[in-house]
Design a protein around this ligand. Structure first.
Ligand code: PBG
Ligand code: ZN
Length: 325
């Protein structure tokens, strides 16, 4: 018995319950991380045009949004801050009274069991829009590490469970780990954007937080999309430096990398379905060309199948609702 007609693959595809019984990849709301934009200038919520369904939120609106998400089964959020003022040194990123720090304290108070993750990067706080300090048109690596470490410590002190550096400076995981430990925050985890490509799929995000670089681009620090072995080296360094979870970003264009990172390191692995991935689905669905719910579910399932334990997605709430049925 080695094949057809004894073997018939269609037997287990006959009904929905049979298919569910043998499905290899499971998805639950607890696998999802919901990214949120909290803005200092905001009095309530303002839609982001290139990300339909995603808003910039005041702290009060953030709490309301997380309440809704929690009810639907979402247990983890990733916070991005939008300050009122930007400067050359990203000063507002480090303040204890900064927007993210205040938001974290508020969420901690309202939702004791929520997993609060904060994005650690300076681009939203810099007048030039780059992810680090700039001198003579160069993004400085080592000088930036101190600022990132201070930002991470202030997020941890506000109550973040995990800090997630997205800057792609070399050595930042080690610098942040050391600073957290020195501040007595050895229990705060590090979700590293280990493999972050210089991707055109971040376009809508940069509109959302107004962080497009005012000169040049991010190819001097983010990865070249042509490289896979380099992704493994990046991930290996972050493991050595003390990362607790490795992230690959963007997600759908990098399923091969998700799989290789998962197989190579066996670490908790995250993938970020980024703004452009979300926007493409929404835009095509608005024209009636694809089914938004089915395409979203298929994309997230594929990301899980590739090896991601957690999926960061703007569609977290709608997906959780979908899973409830
Ligand atoms: C900031 C940051 C970016 C994203 C996450 N953190 C943008 C960038 O690197 O330009 C992208 C997220 C998305 O597109 O949804 N360093
Ligand atoms: Zn950045």
């Amino acid at each position: 018995m080695s094949g057809f007609p004894e073997v018939r693959m269609r037997r287990l595809r006959r009904t929905g319950v049979l298919r569910q019984l043998v499905r290899e990849t499971q998805l639950s709301p607890s696998d999802l991380v919901y990214p949120l934009f909290v803005s200092e200038a905001e009095s309530d919520r303002t839609p982001i045009p290139s990300m339909p369904g995603v808003d910039r939120l005041s702290i009060a609106a953030l709490v309301q949004e997380v309440f809704g998400a929690w009810e639907e089964g979402i247990r983890a959020v990733l916070l991005f801050g939008i300050p009122e003022e930007r400067d050359e040194t990203g000063g507002n990123a480090l303040r204890d009274e900064g927007i993210v720090q205040r938001a974290v304290r508020e969420l901690r108070k309202e939702f004791p069991d929520l997993v609060v993750i904060t994005d650690v990067c300076l681009c939203e706080y810099m007048s030039h829009g780059h992810c680090g300090l700039v001198r003579d048109g160069e993004v400085l690596n080592d000088e930036t590490l101190e600022l990132l470490a201070a930002q991470a410590v202030s997020h941890a002190q506000a109550g973040a469970d995990l800090v997630a550096p997205s800057d792609m400076m070399d050595g930042r995981v080690a610098a942040i780990r050391a600073a957290l430990d020195a501040a007595g925050r050895e229990s705060t985890g590090l979700l590293s954007y280990a493999v972050k490509y210089a991707s055109a799929y971040y376009g809508p995000f940069r509109e959302a937080v107004d962080s497009a670089p005012r000169f040049g681009d991010r190819r001097g620090y983010q990865m070249d999309p042509g490289n896979a072995l380099e992704a493994l080296r990046e991930a290996a360094l972050d493991v050595e430096e003390g990362a607790d979870i490795l992230m690959v970003k963007p997600a759908l264009p990098c399923l091969d990398i998700v799989r290789r990172v998962k197989d190579e390191f066996g670490m908790p692995t995250a993938a970020y379905q980024v703004s452009g991935e979300y926007a493409m689905i929404r835009a095509a669905a608005e024209r009636g060309w694809i089914d938004e719910r089915e395409v979203t579910m298929e994309a997230i399932l594929a990301i899980r199948r590739a090896g991601a334990d957690l999926v960061i997605t703007y569609a977290a709430r709608s997906t959780a609702r979908e899973l409830a049925f």
